[in-house]
Design a protein around this ligand. Sequence first.
Ligand SMILES: Cc1cc2nc3c(=O)[nH]c(=O)nc-3n(C[C@H](O)[C@H](O)[C@H](O)COP(=O)(O)OP(=O)(O)OC[C@H]3O[C@@H](n4cnc5c(N)ncnc54)[C@H](O)[C@@H]3O)c2cc1C
Length: 523
Amino acid sequence: MLMSGADFRDSLRRYDPTVFVDGRRVESIADDPQLAPGIAAIGVTYDFARRSEYQAVMTGTQHTSGKLVNRMLHINRSTQDLLNKLEAVRLVCRESGCAQRYLTHDAFNALFQATSRIDEDKGTDYHQRFVNYMHQVQADDLTCGVAMTDAKGDRSKRPHAQPNPDVYVRIKERRKDGIVINGTKAIVTAAPYVHELLVMPSRNMTEADADYAVCCAVPLDAPGVTIVARPAGRPGESAAKFSARYGQSTGVVMFEDVFVPWDRVFLAGEWEHSQFLTTTYATHHRHSCIGARAGFGDLLIGAGVLMCEANGLEPGATPHLRDRLVELIKIVEGFFACGVAASTYGQGDPSGAFQPEPVFSNVGKLLLSTQIYDMHRIGHEVSGGLIVALPGPDEDHNPETSGRLADMLTARPDVPYAQRMEVARLMEDLTASGEAGWYSLISLHGGGSPEAMKREIYRNYPIQERVAMVEKLLDRGVLAGEDGKPARNRQPGRCCVEGCSPPAVPEPVRELPPAQAKPDAAE
Ligand SMILES: Cc1cc2nc3c(=O)[nH]c(=O)nc-3n(C[C@H](O)[C@H](O)[C@H](O)COP(=O)(O)OP(=O)(O)OC[C@H]3O[C@@H](n4cnc5c(N)ncnc54)[C@H](O)[C@@H]3O)c2cc1C
């Protein structure tokens, strides 16, 4: 069953979670105006999967069941799947800014791979449990939020060494029928309006952290779950051209004695496997982030051109504006190309799933994580200051000012004032509002801080192969001197034709007269 966006919203009515937004208890997550833009953005992933022109990228056949499922829930089986997913994420994010649901895909693929690996090592049955759970989610076409980033407390201490044991989510009790978890996940996108939360470990663990190596699926309204969230986007703000319609909420999720039956538990104490699960998720997620931010880039490029035109300038005929727009295109397509490379060099896993090549995946995410600020800057540069100086939309209806404003703020006769204002407000929304800050931060820290990507790049890059290659070049004399002889000879004492002579013994230092030895006070 492939739900529509409207079905998705309706399906949330079955849930009665404990959600607070801005200090207020939310009565119905499906109907709360503060959450509506977030639900609408996820809704795009549902609607697009039902459109025939998007079927190839927005859906896939799940190999374990033979059923057609939404791409956001699909396990990759080939490099083409990886490419389709990348394109699908770009497609839904250029419509919605950020459609959020790709996190479910990233977690599902990491879990498919990790559970298989844990079973292989420990003789457990996590993989089949996970596959059963995944089939159910696919059949009901659900959305899962990813609750990975713990509150973490003191960053210098491991989970078990924290003064407050609940700043990381942990197994508090093991029962015959399941586990009881406690703790806090601090940043969870879409937390208040998903069907399920996938609790995942956020780091590598040591043996002492074994209780913190936990992964499980929890329904949003499970007893003991409390979500404290921000509004999704800028609901109700008339100047928010885009993010009043599409936005994203993030929530703090507190788990207090939450019972999880075994069939929903996919890691419970196997601390050695925590790192694999976390980094595999990160590789999938950073690949998805590339598609997501490329979609955001598409919005900026279009808005940038329209803004230039509304200002009376043709970007193609104005060298410095064309230059800035090409810079923006270079940034967006540059990191997107890393996503394409990560897809085409994607790797099969012993579980049968395919994952993006990790170096390209991390390099692409690292590029966008800092270049998002350049993307915003270029938007500001080509637009001018009007995007933050423009009087608010209420002024558009003020009989004392609106006529004069329209006369004075029209730039070219064929672009009406109202249209110029619309584009300016869109550009403000995307690059200079609170929501724009959200796009910066999700780019910089979402999926791990830049440092986490750098560590993964260094860990996965074939550095030793590069070293061996240069050593071979040296040995073969490829880097020979002008006389054609090798620039390096490994045989001791044979660095040149004559051989080395020992360095001369230095002359004993003559003692200087006191007046010369003392440094000048002026020095
Ligand atoms: C908008 C947004 C949406 C997000 N959505 C989700 C989501 O859906 N699910 C989810 O699980 N997470 C989500 N995240 C969380 C994201 O993964 C984290 O922000 C990221 O991993 C960084 O963690 P942090 O924010 O706790 O920062 P910190 O870990 O506090 O990092 C701050 C700085 O300190 C450095 N640092 C941290 N610890 C150490 C250390 N021990 N030694 C040296 N330096 C250190 C970091 O490198 C960084 O520069 C989201 C984040 C954002 C901003």
